[in-house]
Design a protein around this ligand. Structure first.
Ligand SMILES: Cc1cc2nc3c(=O)[nH]c(=O)nc-3n(C[C@H](O)[C@H](O)[C@H](O)COP(=O)(O)OP(=O)(O)OC[C@H]3O[C@@H](n4cnc5c(N)ncnc54)[C@H](O)[C@@H]3O)c2cc1C
Length: 511
């Protein structure tokens, strides 16, 4: 059977029947099967919003064969080396999964709880209970992205085979097949919770070992090699150690620095989460409050008025909620998540300014000092109310630097406290954010009626390990630092791809 591709535009709300009719007309065929190759919403002209699609029609009438997608080759063998992977986020899990498939004995340790206990811990915390260091939005099974919007977009280049492997693994674990072809695929927290559990089962059925509530505390280094590691559940011997601990695990990075693992600081971003009623965003982006067959409108805004502080929105969660994303008690950090239906009342996004820490502080800064500085900022936001209420203001208050005595309505479960949040960030960052928000308010009608709350500082890591492309740390024979915490990846797909690539590189070396 052959195929032919057709580029189509269809209106929102089209049905499978409508699509079939269009394809019958375009191909002149009655009997065929089809598969969608690409699908994206084009909302540039509000009066003419369309889905753009590429569809492959498969029929005996065609002779060209449907080209295969680039796939990952995992060389299989029998290996005696003991591999320890630390952190069950996208980077650590996919590194462990690939290494286990390749025939290694892999143990994956995770300081947080399994996803079921993690869900309970988060629920109790958001109902006013104690912060749980093992079950929160940063730590626990699946890593930082489990309770998220599950956006699977990535700006990383040259990761097609890795990306396809990750996408197919998600689909095999229950993700909707549309993530293969949508321009902006996402999973939602409800799907992610099930997916990480099913992936765990697949990993353990292959023979992998997964230990929850087991924290890496220390490493023993002998002649440039990691000989063993100390965990909260005892000492483990290792032949190869993968560290995939995300960018919130400050205690782990401080320990690694003490042990001579080389780091440098890097550019990162600071700001707030911004929240609007989703219906305003729909109105601004689509010219109407609803669009048949489309869940909720998205946006992505950038401006570069100050070259030292480019301002942009990031990680937008349509129909989502803002969540307390601290990894440790006594910090106030916010982030965003949503369910697959993106059906919530609010839209949120990070609104941040890029920073170079040495320019910002006007002095030389070591990687350790960069971590300390960022952590003290997280504590400063917490000190506003000495609990997990988020300090917040309306954008209009922020622009005028004037409080209005109003606490806006929000999706944030732990409540807001009106506070002059411009006093909590460095003045140059605040000025850049003000200019940026004025610019965004010109681009998106009504943007200035949103709410800002803080702190949002997790769009990228403040430090970067010195490592080879494959993740192997300079000066260490058997240590890999991967994923977002390495400073070379960010987001679910790029972190997972970093894990896959580093695993494949070791498999190739030892095969
Ligand atoms: C609320 C939220 C929403 C997000 N939404 C999106 C999104 O929609 N799309 C997107 O692409 N990205 C999103 N992100 C970012 C994304 O989650 C991260 O970029 C990604 O998870 C990084 O993967 P990672 O494996 O490198 O690290 P992480 O996912 O952070 O995983 C690190 C893991 O290591 C564990 N760990 C840490 N220290 C230790 C230790 N010492 N011993 C043992 N285990 C340890 C942690 O508990 C954690 O499970 C979101 C992040 C948050 C917090």
């Amino acid at each position: 059977m052959g195929y032919k591709e057709f580029d189509l535009t269809v209106p929102p709300g089209f049905t499978g029947e409508d699509l079939k009719k269009i394809l019958q007309k375009r191909s002149g065929l009655e009997d065929f099967t089809y598969s969608i190759q690409k699908k994206s919403l084009d909302a540039r002209k509000k009066k003419e919003i369309i889905w753009k699609m590429r569809v492959a029609v498969c029929s005996d009438a065609y002779t060209d064969e449907l080209p295969g997608v680039p796939t990952l080759e995992i060389p299989k063998g029998k290996h005696d080396e003991k591999i320890l992977v630390t952190g069950s986020g996208p980077a650590g899990f996919f590194a462990a999964f690939v290494l286990q498939k390749a025939g290694f004995q892999v143990t994956l340790i995770e300081r947080g709880s399994d996803v079921e206990s993690r869900s309970r811990g988060i629920k109790a915390f958001e109902a006013g209970g104690e912060f749980n260091p093992k079950a929160n939005y940063a730590f626990g099974e699946g890593g930082a992205g489990t309770f998220s919007d599950g956006k699977l977009t990535s700006r990383s280049k040259h990761i097609k085979p890795e990306r396809n492997f990750i996408i197919e693994s998600y689909i095999a674990a229950g993700a909707p097949e549309e993530i293969r072809y949508l321009a902006h695929p996402h999973l939602g927290t409800d799907n992610l919770k099930k997916i990480v559990k099913r992936l765990r089962r697949q990993f353990t059925e292959l023979g992998g070992t997964m230990l929850f509530e087991t924290q890496l505390l220390d490493i023993e280094v002998k002649d440039g090699k990691i000989a063993s590691v100390e965990t909260t559940n005892g000492t483990l011997d290792v032949d190869y150690l993968y560290i995939a601990t995300g960018h919130s695990s400050y205690d782990t990075y401080r320990m690694l620095m003490r042990k001579g693992v080389p780091f440098q600081h890097k550019n990162f971003a600071l700001g707030y989460r911004v929240e609007h009623a989703q219906k305003w965003i729909n109105q601004a982006q689509w010219g109407r409050e609803t669009l048949p067959g489309v869940k909720a409108a998205e946006y992505r805004l950038t401006t570069q008025n100050d070259p030292n502080h480019p301002v942009y929105t990031f990680c937008m969660c349509p129909g989502g909620t803002i969540v307390p994303a601290a990894a440790y008690p006594g910090q106030n950090i916010v982030n965003g998540m949503s369910m697959y239906d993106r059906g919530g009342e609010f839209a949120n996004a990070a609104c941040v300014a890029g920073v170079q820490i040495e320019k910002l502080l006007g002095k030389e800064v070591s990687p350790l000092e960069a971590l300390d500085w960022l952590e003290s900022l997280e504590q400063k936001f917490f000190a506003v109310s000495s609990d997990y209420k988020a300090p917040a203001v309306s954008i209009r208050s922020f622009l005028n630097k004037k409080l209005h005595g109003v606490t806006p309505k929000s999706s944030y479960a732990l409540g807001l406290e009106e506070f002059p949040i411009w006093t909590l960030l460095p003045p140059s960052v605040v000025t850049a954010l003000q200019t940026g928000l004025q610019n965004f308010s010109r681009k998106v009608k009504g943007y200035e009626y949103g709410t800002l709350m803080g702190l949002e500082n997790k769009s990228s890591a403040p430090i970067q390990v010195l490592r080879e492309k494959n993740g192997q740390v300079e000066g260490f024979e058997n240590l890999f630092v991967i994923g977002e915490g390495s400073g070379y990846a960010g987001g679910i797909i790029s972190s997972a791809a970093d894990g896959v690539r580093s695993a494949i590189s070791l498999v190739s070396k030892l095969s």
